[in-house]
Design a protein around this ligand. Structure first.
Ligand code: ADP
Ligand code: MG
Length: 352
């Protein structure tokens, strides 16, 4: 087990793409850390650079107290699970799991013992003699995970390991993964483009864009207070409302309404107002934003109601199904105390 320390790390591909760009990051010993970001932001490259499968163009990677930047992948004591699992189709489950031990020339009895123990902890006990082709997607995923943890690696790197599973299996695999990680306490970096997965699993998350980290924090912090409009747009199962606002007479003017401003700003300051649909509620009275119900979308237990406001802007809020307003009716959406965020117009960073 070990912490990971990344200093000013850059990875530039031969074609000039700077996939990781002067990135600093420290991941604590035993931490479950998620790297989150849209496709192409550099998540896989960062993971592969930590593993030594890509060479750093600048900066350093340390694992434990060793600077491993110039180490071959095999000397980094890192285990990695790829998105497509990369199982050996001609080998049994047992042989797949034990493969890293075989490569390290461990005795056959030891290989068998580790395969059985690891398989048992991932509910693969009865499947040791099967080949990958005879397994479900979820089982294959667990074999890949079992193979990764069969050696006592310092660090576990997971590149979108759940993305090939359907929704139910993904949820099940999440539970396995979380339990396994806590049981063996291995420092884990989990890459995903799925914000819900990152929020659910990780101790801390980093949101990446274009090779850099935009925000780093606990899932709760990042959800409640995205540090800029990029992160605000990316996090949340329903997108955050981002509306144009202006400070007038010390108050916030937004979507045709006047609300108390959460930050003291000079009059005429233009801002972007951020409020999550989950933090708005329909109230018969109260200081809120009034609009006409234009659409209602079913989200399962709740519904996403979109209001058209007097200035033409659209405001989304979630309500329980039984509280759905009528389409065409005029209602007032009141923000929960302390949930309104203001972002600067220029750089989109949070002002409060
Ligand atoms: P992510 O995993 O977040 O989707 P990647 O790390 O795969 O992102 O890619 C980051 C950037 O690097 C993208 O612009 C991608 O096109 C580019 N890239 C990835 N792999 C290579 C490669 N082998 N050669 C050149 N460019 C690459
Ligand atoms: Mg990737």
């Amino acid at each position: 087990m070990a912490r990971i320390k990344i200093d000013q790390l850059s990875t530039v591909y031969p074609n000039g793409v700077r996939a990781v760009d002067s990135l600093d990051l420290e991941i604590a010993d035993g931490e479950f850390f998620a790297l989150l970001g849209p496709s192409g932001c550099g998540k896989t490259t960062l993971l592969r650079t930590i593993a030594g499968l890509e060479q750093a163009s600048g900066g350093s990677v340390s694992i434990g107290d060793k600077d491993v930047t110039s180490f071959e992948p095999g000397r980094r004591n890192v285990a990695m699970v790829f998105q497509d699992y990369a199982l050996f189709p001609h080998m049994t489950v047992s042989e797949n799991i034990a493969y890293p031990l075989k490569v390290r020339r461990q005795p056959k009895t030891r290989q068998r013992e580790v395969a059985e123990r690891t398989a048992g902890s991932l509910s693969l006990g009865g499947l040791l003699e099967r080949r990958p082709g005879q397994l479900s997607g979820g089982q294959q995923q667990r074999v890949a995970l079992a193979r990764a943890v069969a050696i006592d690696a310092d660090v576990l790197l997971l590149d979108e390991p759940l993305s090939n599973l359907d929704a139910r299996l993904r949820l099940e695999a999440r539970t396995f993964l979380k339990r396994l990680q806590k049981d063996i306490g291995i420092t884990t970096v989990f890459v995903t483009h799925d914000q819900a997965e990152a929020l659910a699993l990780a101790d801390r998350i980093a949101v990446m864009e274009a090779g850099r980290i935009r925000q780093l924090g606990s899932p709760r912090d990042v959800f409640r207070r995205p540090s800029d409009t990029f992160v605000a747009n990316f996090i949340g199962s329903t997108p955050m409302n981002l509306l144009d606002g202006t400070i007038e007479n010390g108050s916030l003017s937004v979507a045709g309404a006047t609300l108390p401003s959460p930050v003291d700003l000079p009059d005429d300051t233009k801002v972007t107002v951020g409020i999550r649909p989950e933090y708005l509620s329909l109230e018969p009275a109260g200081q809120g934003i009034t609009g006409t119900v234009s659409t209602i979308e079913n989200l399962g237990v709740s519904s996403l109601v979109t209001l058209e406001c007097p200035d033409g802007s659209l405001l989304g809020l979630t309500v329980r199904e039984q509280h759905e307003p009528a389409i065409g009716s005029t209602v007032t959406a009141v923000p929960e105390q302390g949930r309104l965020l203001l972002y600067g117009k220029e750089d989109g960073t949070v002002l409060r």
